[in-house]
Design a binder for this molecule. Structure first.
Ligand SMILES: Cc1cc2nc3c(=O)[nH]c(=O)nc-3n(C[C@H](O)[C@H](O)[C@H](O)COP(=O)(O)O)c2cc1C
Length: 250
């Protein structure tokens, strides 16, 4: 299984979302074996990804080829070669962070132009066809950490967006609250125990090609109880001399 892990957090390797995504990937690799898996990680922080110009040259002139030459040339090839694409990103303003969105916009050449079915004899239907139907066989997994205490309602816009793009049953959601706490050294032991369920989820995914709704819901359970989280988050902001996600919470 060829796994492409796209890290859309500008925190790079310090990303909490990535920590979860890597645990999930570890589970897949443990289940299928190292010889049967290949993992490619791309840090968007280090990648040159221009914004889509909106020129539609890829649809009109270049038959699927984007006019912009940047790291998307390589990333598109990696997407084509992957069996599983994991988009790992923090939640920003209840949506995707801008570089992950830029990546998605630049994938518009993977669908064909939007046009009326049957032209003059139009049936009233309009559609985009998949330029590369083999894309339908690939699995998409979203992994995202957010800062709030719980994920409740936080991911509505993201889910709405991907439901429209892929269909609700055609992609996997791993959404995790209290993301900042996953970088908190004080909670090292708690984090190590918390992470195990994402490794297990990776194994389930490797076996079944998807996660059950029950597992998706279980993965959203916060690491900290209400009072501990409240204390930790306030100390984090209030305590002098302690940077974001400092080290002094008991
Ligand atoms: C610009 C910005 C916007 C954010 N918006 C939200 C938000 O809408 N909801 C939320 O729960 N957390 C929000 N957060 C917090 C991040 O989602 C959180 O810190 C996350 O754990 C970061 O993940 P990462 O380490 O993978 O980058 C925001 C953070 C930033 C910097």
């Amino acid at each position: 299984m060829n796994i492409l892990l796209l890290n859309g957090s500008m925190r790079g390797n310090s990303s909490s979302s990535l920590k979860i995504a890597e645990a999930f990937v570890r589970g897949i690799v443990e289940e299928l074996g190292e010889d049967n898996t290949k993992v490619t990680k791309v840090n968007f922080r280090d990648a040159h990804i221009e914004h889509c110009y909106g020129c539609f040259c890829c649809w009109k002139l270049k038959k699927g080829e984007c006019v912009i030459r940047d790291d998307m040339d390589t990333i598109r090839k990696q997407v084509m070669e992957a069996d599983v694409i994991i988009e790992s990103f923090p939640l920003y303003f209840f949506g995707l962070p801008s570089k992950m969105k830029a990546f998605m916009d630049r994938m518009i050449n993977f669908v064909s132009e939007y046009r009326a079915v049957n032209g003059d004899e139009a049936t009233g239907r309009f559609l985009h066809e998949m330029r590369y139907p083999e894309l339908m066989k690939k699995k998409l997994v979203l992994v995202s950490a957010c800062g709030y205490e719980e994920t409740v309602d936080c991911y509505d816009a993201v889910i709405n967006q991907f439901d429209k793009i892929c269909g609700h049953d055609n992609y996997t959601r791993i959404f995790v609250p209290q993301g900042g706490m996953l970088a908190e050294k004080t909670f090292e032991n708690k984090i190590a125990r918390y992470i195990v369920k994402f490794v297990e989820a990776g194994k389930e995914f490797a076996k079944n090609g998807k996660l059950s709704q029950e597992t998706e819901e279980k993965l959203q359970v916060p690491m900290l109880g209400h009072n501990t989280f409240a204390q930790a988050i306030n100390l984090n902001w209030d305590e002098e001399g302690v940077g974001p996600y400092g080290k002094i919470v008991k």
